[in-house]
Design a protein around this ligand. Sequence first.
Ligand code: FAD
Length: 400
Amino acid sequence: MEGGEEMEIVIVGGGICGLATALALHRKGIRSVVLERSEHLRATGGGLGILANGWRALDQLGVGSELRQTALAFHRGQDLSLDTGKQQEITFWYGEARCLRRGDLISTLAESLPAGTLRLGCQVLSIQLDPTTSFPVLHLHNGQIIKAKVLIGCDGAHSVVADFIGLKPPSFFAIRALRGITSYPNGHEFPIEFLRIRGKKGILGMIPIDSKEVYWFLLLNGTSLDSNASKDPKFMQQLALESTEGFPSEMLDMIKNSDHNSLSLTQLRYRAPWDILHGNFRKGAITVAGDAMHLMGPFLGQGGSAGLEDAIVLARCLTKKLNEVNPTSGQQLFVKEIGQAIDSYVKERRMRLAELSFRSYIVGSLFENPIVVKKFVFVVVMKLFFPDPANHTRYDCGSL
Ligand SMILES: Cc1cc2nc3c(=O)[nH]c(=O)nc-3n(C[C@H](O)[C@H](O)[C@H](O)COP(=O)(O)OP(=O)(O)OC[C@H]3O[C@@H](n4cnc5c(N)ncnc54)[C@H](O)[C@@H]3O)c2cc1C
């Protein structure tokens, strides 16, 4: 195939996982290019809970200390049922837990990359394999053609790379999530803890980021999501207030005073745990990471951290092979060697991701299902498979 810019490693998607993967490779002395379709760095969703496993990955990326300055650690979680008035402690994590502003995470990762790594305004429309070299060829929305030797799809829920590899599209939960951040210029009085309040129409979760900002989210049953309405902050705020009738006044004030730019409304989707267990995540020297690989509901607060773990493991596997491979070896041999590195990455990640996604699926199904018998079955499955509710946060993805 004639023409086109040639690159070694191309990452599609400049979200958490794409930027983390580029940074992990950079820290191992390997250059890559990140193609992001947006003209600006995207940080949809306001805040992001990062638990101990995620902090271990951020430390490996060399950005943990900087990010710790932006968010307070929380040590406790409380669950309150408005129906029964029952309050209980929740402990689904061990060790460090903080809620980051997504913008802080994205900008810290991006600013740690060497100049020229991130290319904004580059949407990949389609991919094909070069018939002679078997290397991937990317077609961009602006007509540009890029030839990559290694292609990593970190392009989220609607991934063109996952489609190209042949992965099934993700499934839908009958659950919508509304998220936002509220600023308190004179400081808020909420305790620094994770608070979950269960009401008739939905579940409200909230975590202070620091002494002046609080991240909150609302999980609502239902599937109807008008794409225009879901971009309208007034509609989102109204929906949040209607769904939290009867909640304590400080929560209602928090929703009323939320920063309009931070609001987002999403229909939740997931890649089924059994598809993660059996899926083929490689084609030649092409693979996926982050939500493109293992989109899961937000019920464990692990999607972003799992993407950070992917970045470390993938960079470790690729670097090992790239250091061994003879630069003069032919293209076929190169694809074969890189294929082996990707297979090691997939092998190392598969069970970890299947477990996270199964846990998350069960918690989502519990919330989604109104039928008492089904709820009972899901509770039994949860207790049987995951007797320790916080075990997944002990995971260590290892060093780079
Ligand atoms: C309600 C909710 C709450 C959550 N809470 C948490 C939490 O507390 N903790 C946690 O760890 N996780 C949480 N998650 C999950 C977390 O948000 C995701 O797992 C994480 O953002 C995925 O990052 P990513 O980089 O894989 O994908 P994305 O963030 O989706 O990034 C993909 C990027 O690729 C770009 N892109 C897409 N297609 C193309 C293309 N064709 N060409 C070029 N660029 C492209 C997009 O513009 C985007 O920037 C939550 C999710 C939801 C929905």
